[in-house]
Design a protein around this ligand. Structure first.
Ligand SMILES: C[S@@+](CC[C@H](N)C(=O)[O-])C[C@H]1O[C@@H](n2cnc3c(N)ncnc32)[C@H](O)[C@@H]1O
Length: 394
């Protein structure tokens, strides 16, 4: 890429950011060789203030996030973009623009389709992701005949929406970074929902990604044949059976052998471990798991390394620490297999107490030194062996 092409790429990024009413967010991160931008990472998003539309710039000093608002004209994008960041991502509704400058100083500029949604409210009042009138909501039983969300299904509806909200930006990032291939009609994005149950999330992911112009092939796996038949019949009645299908199989023995994205929402107990193992054993590049109840580690916790008996002597607290240890060990096993993993709250505790999301991208990065030892000392001090370890091929 020549100097002129770099300039034109920066110009495209600047236009996407300030010259468009479709700007969704931008991220400037990483450091170019021998350069030192003022902040490690900048996150930019549009925000509607009383005084007009502005760009909110957020950065962290390592402890606290700080945000500043700039009018569209006042934000010095070109200056900031050339201050030494190695990666600049600008997302508009429909397109992601990504500029990466290699260690050798070689710029790579790419554009790809995305499913990003613009949100400009200052207080981040969330706009709905799913079209309330989409007949799938009625067919799966979330909405009534008039298309209103049934009160008894409101929590599930919110869980599904929040799950998608966490999927979309990571999916866009993973496609821009080349971890997930660019979906096309001949090579659609394959999403596998493990332990899909009534398939609320499975259908929602299919409908949302399709409405965002992303070609998809979605597969739901569930243990019971009756659910498979019900879900396949719904797909047929919606006329989408070519791109969504259901199988009645055990996760650990499923005939499905690959995915670009593996998801699982509240797969019971060790079914979450089956789901994680399935994804890790097949190098699935992007995974989002919201675990359910856990019993595996809790039932093994016969000893507490002191002074943790102060916690484990009380049943309710013992249960909670058992959950935390289970998820911490799952995350560590994922990290040791080259995944970049985040543990995040995916929905307020009022909608479900099972509100942790383990979101991971396979980057292939070697774990940092000491991480294997940390895992070993955790399991030996607590005298536990996570069931996931035995399910992994390597
Ligand atoms: C709590 S439900 C959640 C269903 C759905 N993901 C949702 O959020 O609405 C968990 C589902 O996983 C299914 N399941 C549990 N263990 C499984 C396994 N080993 N293989 C396949 N499905 C399993 C159960 O039958 C159940 O429907």
């Amino acid at each position: 890429m020549s100097e002129k092409e770099l300039e034109s790429a920066l110009h495209d990024l600047a236009t996407a950011l300030s010259g468009s009413d479709k700007f969704v967010r931008a991220v400037l991160s990483g450091r170019r060789r021998n350069m030192q931008p003022e902040h490690e990472r900048l996150d930019l998003r549009p925000v509607q203030l009383k005084s007009g539309l502005a760009i909110q710039v957020s950065y962290s000093d390592g402890r606290q996030m700080t945000s500043k608002n700039f009018s569209l004209e006042a934000f010095p994008f070109m200056e900031v973009a050339q201050s030494g960041y190695a990666n600049i991502l600008v997302e508009t509704e429909g397109e992601s623009l990504s500029l990466r400058i290699s260690k050798k100083g070689i710029p790579h500029f790419s554009k790809s389709k995305n499913a990003a949604v613009r949100e400009v409210s200052h207080d981040r009042n969330k706009q709905r992701l799913l079209d309330a009138s989409d007949p799938f909501l009625r067919e799966v039983g979330i909405a009534d005949a008039k298309g209103n969300i049934k009160p008894s299904k409101m929590d599930k509806y919110k869980q599904v929406e929040e799950f998608l909200r966490l999927l979309i930006p990571t999916l866009n990032d993973a496609i821009s970074a080349g971890h997930v291939h660019q979906p096309s009609t001949s090579h659609p994005l394959r999403v596998v929902d493990l332990g899909c149950g009534h398939a609320y999330l499975t259908f929602a992911a299919h409908q949302y990604l399709k409405s965002a112009g992303i070609p998809v092939e979605v597969i739901g796996i569930h243990i019971r044949p009756a659910s498979r038949d019900r879900n396949n019949a719904i797909a047929k009645s919606l006329g989408i059976e070519k791109s969504i299908s259901f199988l009645a199989e055990e996760i650990s023995a499923t005939s499905v052998n690959s995915a670009d994205v593996a998801i699982a929402l509240h797969a019971c107990d060790t079914a979450t471990d089956d789901a994680i193992a399935w994804a890790l054993n097949r190098d699935v590049p992007l995974t989002l798991f919201a675990p359910c109840c856990h019993h595996d580690i809790q039932s093994q916790m016969k000893i507490s390394p002191e002074p943790w008996s102060l916690v484990t002597r009380y049943g309710i607290m013992r249960e909670r620490i058992g959950d935390l240890i289970t998820d911490a060990l799952r995350i560590q096993l994922m990290k040791l297999r080259g995944y970049r993993v985040e543990a995040i709250e995916f929905i307020g505790g009022e909608h479900t107490p099972r509100n942790l999301m383990i979101r991971a991208v396979k980057t292939g990065a070697e774990p940092e030194s000491g991480e294997v030892e940390r895992y070993q000392s955790m399991i030996s001090e607590w005298g536990v062996t996570p069931v996931l370890a035995a399910k992994l091929n390597r």
